[in-house]
Structure formats: structure tokens, C-alpha cells
Write a new protein. Structure first.
Ligand code: DX5
Ligand code: ZN
Length: 218
């Protein structure tokens, strides 16, 4: 079985650059694979977080791959800023753009030689992402409603993972929200490749915590 990748969410480390720097290095030393930059601008979600301005300084101090989860209502207005950073993968919510907008932003991100993914929020029909699967690298399936950390995993996301995995064997499937070893194992069994974790890693704060998220597939 393929190794499960662990993506540590930037959210618990707050908006202060020095705490972000310290956190990215710490989760790196614990063996995380990816740093998941959660971006909220207070439009799609209630809260505000760090944004593109933090990415390169964090990246030069870390050996992790960086991805961004853009929880913003108008990603087309800010995408250029993110394309200039050292991100490897950029996720945009499927809910905030029409068909034309989705196609355009996928094209733009690919043209900048970055990986592109679409996020399907908890209450969104997974079938909405189907027409784009051949043009994207990854699907991020929310296992809570996007917007804040520390929420409880919602089991209804498991069928969405299975659905995507059944129709596409190769696409990367990432899950985000309420991931602990038990819920992570269910997602991996359903077909997920990458587990995002915020609170679980932050609160446990050990190498073992990250290994326990990988479970049997470490
Ligand atoms: C929330 C963010 C998540 C969040 C996960 O909407 O997208 O990445 O930080 O945090 P936990 O693991 O605490 O649910
Ligand atoms: Zn996220």
C-alpha cells in the first residue's frame, strides 16, 4: 500500500510570523510531509488567517512541500499573488466560481507549473467536481464545514472519497477536518492519499502523533 502523506495545517500557529516559523520547523522535525497553508480572508469564512505574504519566508526555512487551501470568495482576484510564491499545489473551492471561472483558474494554475486541486465543502454534492477530474491533480474533500479548526469529523465525507476513488484511480484525494488516527484510518481505507491535520498535531505536539496518523501505512 502507498504511504499516506501527512499535511500539517498552518491554522493552529496563528497569524504571527515567528510562531509560524517555529511551527513549520517543528512539524517538519516530526516528519510531516506537507505544510497546508489555510487561507481565510473573512469572505467565504468568518475568520481571517495568514495569506500569500507569509509563504516564501516559511518555505525557505522548511524542507516540506507547501500547499494552499484558499477559502476565499474571489480566488480569481488573488491567484496571481499565490502563483508568484513557492507553493507546489493550490486548492480552490468549487463553490465560489462558475464553470467558466473554474476552467480559467485551473488553466492559469497549470500554466504557472503548479499542481491544482478543487475543494469540495462538506455540504456540496461530490458530483460537481466530476467534470474537472481529468484536468486537475487533486481533490480536497472537506470532512467538516470549511472555516475553523477543531471541529468534529463528519462520516458523510467517506462516501465522497469512495465515489471519487471508484471513478478515478490516479487522482490525489486529500481530506481536511477533524482528522485523528481513527478518522484518518477510515479515510485512507475509503481511498484518501493525504490527511490534513490541525488540532491533533498541534495539541499532541510529538513525532509519535504524526506517525499515529499514518497508521499501518507509515
Ligand atoms: C478548516 C481548515 C482545516 C483545519 C483543520 O476549515 O481548512 O485545514 O485547520 O483543523 P482540524 O484538524 O483541527 O480540524
Ligand atoms: Zn484546510
Amino acid at each position: 500500500m502507498q504511504k499516506v502523506l501527512i499535511s500539517a495545517s498552518s491554522l493552529p500557529a496563528g497569524r504571527n510570523m515567528s510562531s509560524q516559523l517555529e511551527y513549520v520547523q517543528r512539524v517538519g522535525s516530526y516528519g510531516a510531509d506537507i505544510y497546508h497553508i489555510d487561507v481565510m480572508d473573512g469572505t467565504y469564512t468568518k475568520f481571517k488567517t495568514i495569506d500569500y505574504g507569509y509563504i516564501d519566508q516559511l518555505r525557505v526555512n522548511s524542507a516540506l512541500l507547501f500547499e494552499a487551501h484558499l477559502m476565499v470568495n474571489e480566488p480569481d482576484k488573488v491567484i496571481d499573488k499565490y502563483l508568484k510564491t513557492s507553493l507546489s499545489l493550490i486548492y480552490v473551492h468549487i463553490e465560489v466560481l462558475d464553470d467558466d471561472g473554474i476552467k480559467k483558474i485551473i488553466h492559469k494554475i497549470k500554466k504557472a507549473k503548479k499542481m491544482v486541486g478543487l475543494v469540495v465543502d462538506l455540504d456540496t454534492d461530490i458530483k460537481k467536481v466530476e467534470p474537472y477530474l481529468d484536468f486537475i491533480d487533486a481533490v480536497l474533500i472537506m470532512t467538516v464545514k470549511a472555516g475553523k479548526g477543531g471541529q468534529t469529523f463528519n462520516e458523510k465525507a467517506l462516501n465522497k472519497i469512495k465515489y471519487i476513488r471508484k471513478i478515478n484511480k490516479d487522482i490525489l484525494i486529500e481530506v481536511d477536518g477533524g482528522i485523528i488516527p481513527e478518522t484518518g484510518a477510515k479515510c485512507v481505507k475509503a481511498g484518501a492519499d493525504i490527511l490534513v491535520s490541525g488540532n491533533y498535531i498541534y495539541k499532541n505536539d510529538t513525532y509519535e502523533a504524526i506517525q499515529s496518523l499514518r497508521g499501518k501505512n507509515g
